[in-house]
Design a protein. Structure first.
Length: 78
């Protein structure tokens, strides 16, 4: 996993980008055939429940990254 050398990020925005990357890589690891993933895109692109589920995956990944970076601490706000 060369893309994941650390959960430490310079900014919350970088942490969010990392959350998206982790979510994408997780889907690719689960469904290893890129052609099947490409075939499925039109189905979930129009399904609000699937889109909401995908956003929840990213939110969970971001929560993990935020915890690793102590974003909730008082001295990291602002």
């Amino acid at each position: 996993m060369e893309y994941l050398t650390s959960l430490q990020c310079e900014t919350p925005a970088k942490g969010r980008e990392l959350a998206f990357t982790i979510a994408r890589k997780t889907i690719a690891a689960i469904q290893t055939n890129p052609e099947i993933r490409k075939e499925l895109r039109p189905q979930y692109a129009k399904d609000t429940a699937q889109l909401i589920a995908a956003s929840q995956v990213v939110a969970i990944e971001f929560q993990t990254i935020a915890m690793a970076n102590n974003y909730w601490r008082e001295d990291n706000k602002g």
